[in-house]
Design a protein around this ligand. Structure first.
Ligand code: AMP
Ligand code: ZN
Length: 470
């Protein structure tokens, strides 16, 4: 299996640190708002990488954090007049809901920065002890970039050039730096902000140290794969390398993977440009499986331009696969006896094996999901033209299983969502009214929740109960 490694700028054979196991860390979102579909790209990409590694038999330990202390979270908390924990907890919950709707599996661990402060303090301590970090007069702790020879190796930048670049930008409040490229590990608290005790001052961690500390805590000093969007290469990942490697003296991550941007009108989709759609908004117009299909129809390193037309064609593509599976399920339902594969079917099974091999070859070439999907389409086409009333049960079962498995590795749900019928809703509303009349409010609430889970929202009005689909 080959992976494009940003560190070396080449596709390299994947060799895990420990045979059969993969340790993987992916930088997660800062939780101050609903995630947009640009943020969804790394989620879908790395969930697919993980699924494929598991399909190959690896045991994957996958860690992805939530950054729950940050200026933007604090700003929002002040605006709403609540504690910043209220904001971060709300958006962690919303993010997990969006992930589930995109069939992105929860990571093995989702650490939250605010719960890992001790690990960060201890890492900063080590860096100071080894001369890689220093405390300025105001209590800020900076990383000493000049002490780390390899600084710039990921982004292929040269420290001298960086220094002069940084010298142009004067950041107020950072006068205590030895060098312009030094970055913050710990900063003093400001009025009204969350803070923690530390040996240097009451304050909070810088963003970069979070990931180095959490990765070390849950995966150890060395990991196989570190991922994120390409905007994280510099400075975030460069700084993670500096912190982790200066502290441990070992190579931090072997393979650095970065997804390309999701664009709109060829510009990066981002909160700051205001040119974004939230996953929630897209979910109102499309099944989020369509979004997943759309993301996988391009190679993860290529830029991908979002458009309604491409979403429509993704919808059709997904429908073609589901129709193929519907047909196989219907045929399977009619078969009662095993009759064994016919000679002709054996040949088609051979052909299907060839297509599975093609799919695997695409995925092993730096996770080329676009080519992987074309192999799935060829398989559906083969199935549509060969499976019928006269096919053996084995053949139908084989084709069905094969298509399902390859889709599931891509995280595409192969079952159709059951339609919630009006009659079902009406019947449950009658049950709830009855429970209320009998003062069984626990049951009434339970029914309301059940309807909510089915995507049905109830409104108690003066004219009686009204309902609508979420
Ligand atoms: P943030 O919350 O901005 O730190 O972003 C969380 C993740 O989403 C990071 O891995 C970013 O690189 C990634 N990301 C943000 N915007 C985009 C985009 N337009 N296309 C692809 N990835 C993105
Ligand atoms: Zn990170």
């Amino acid at each position: 299996m080959k992976i494009f490694n940003t560190l070396t700028g080449r596709k390299e054979e994947f060799i895990p640190l420990e045979p059969g196991k993969v340790k993987m860390y992916v930088c997660g979102p800062t939780v101050y708002n609903l995630i947009h579909i640009g943020n969804a790209r790394p989620m879908i990409v790395f969930d697919t990488v993980r699924r494929y590694l598991e399909y190959k038999g690896y045991e994957v330990n996958f860690v992805s954090n939530f950054t729950d202390v940050d200026d933007k979270i604090i700003k929002k908390a002040i605006e709403e007049g609540v504690d910043s924990g209220v904001i971060s907890e709300r958006y962690i919950r919303e993010c997990k809901e969006d992930m589930a709707a995109m069939n992105v599996r929860p990571a093995t661990v989702h650490p939250k920065a605010t719960e890992e402060i001790d690990a960060m303090i201890s890492l900063i301590d080590t860096l100071i002890e080894k001369g890689h970090a220093y405390r300025a007069e105001d209590g800020t702790v900076y990383f000493r970039t000049e002490s780390f020879r390899d600084y710039g190796k990921l982004s292929h930048k040269n420290l001298d050039e960086l220094q002069s670049g940084f010298r142009e930008i004067k950041v107020t409040g950072e006068e205590g730096k030895e060098n312009p490229s030094d970055f913050v590990l710990w900063k003093p608290k400001k009025e009204g902000e969350p803070y923690w005790e530390s040996p240097w001052c009451e304050g909070r961690p810088g963003w970069h140290i979070e990931c180095s500390a959490m990765s070390k805590r849950y995966l150890g000093e060395q990991i196989d794969i570190h991922g994120g969007g390409e905007d994280l290469i510099f400075p975030h990942h460069e700084n993670e390398i500096a912190q982790s490697e200066a502290a441990s003296g070992k190579e931090f991550a072997k393979y650095w993977m970065h997804n390309g941007f999701l664009n709109i009108d060829n510009k990066k989709m981002s909160k700051s440009l205001g040119n974004f759609f939230t996953v929630r908004e897209i979910g109102e117009k499309f099944d989020l499986q369509v979004l997943r299909f759309f993301m996988l129809s391009a190679h993860y390193r290529s830029p991908l331009n979002f458009s309604a037309e491409l979403m429509e064609s993704s919808k059709n593509g997904l429908e073609r696969i589901l129709n193929g599976l519907d047909k196989l399920r219907e045929l399977e339902g009619k078969k009662t006896e095993d009759s064994g594969l016919t000679e002709e079917e054996k040949n088609w099974v051979e052909e299907a094996h060839g297509l599975t091999a093609k799919y695997e070859a695409a995925m092993e070439d730096d996770f080329n999901t676009a080519d992987g999907l074309s192999a799935v389409f060829e398989l559906v086409k083969l199935s549509n033209s060969t499976a019928g009333e006269s096919s053996s049960r084995e053949y139908i079962g084989y084709m069905k299983k094969n298509i399902e498995t390859l889709c599931q590795v891509l995280g595409l749900v192969t079952e159709r969502k059951a339609e919630v019928l009006d009659e079902q809703v009406e019947a449950l509303i009658v049950d709830r009214q009855k429970a209320r009349k009998e003062k069984n409010f626990a049951l009434a609430d339970e029914i309301r929740q059940k309807l909510l889970d089915m995507g049905i929202i109830l409104e108690d009005t003066r004219e009686g109960v009204k309902w609508k689909r979420a």
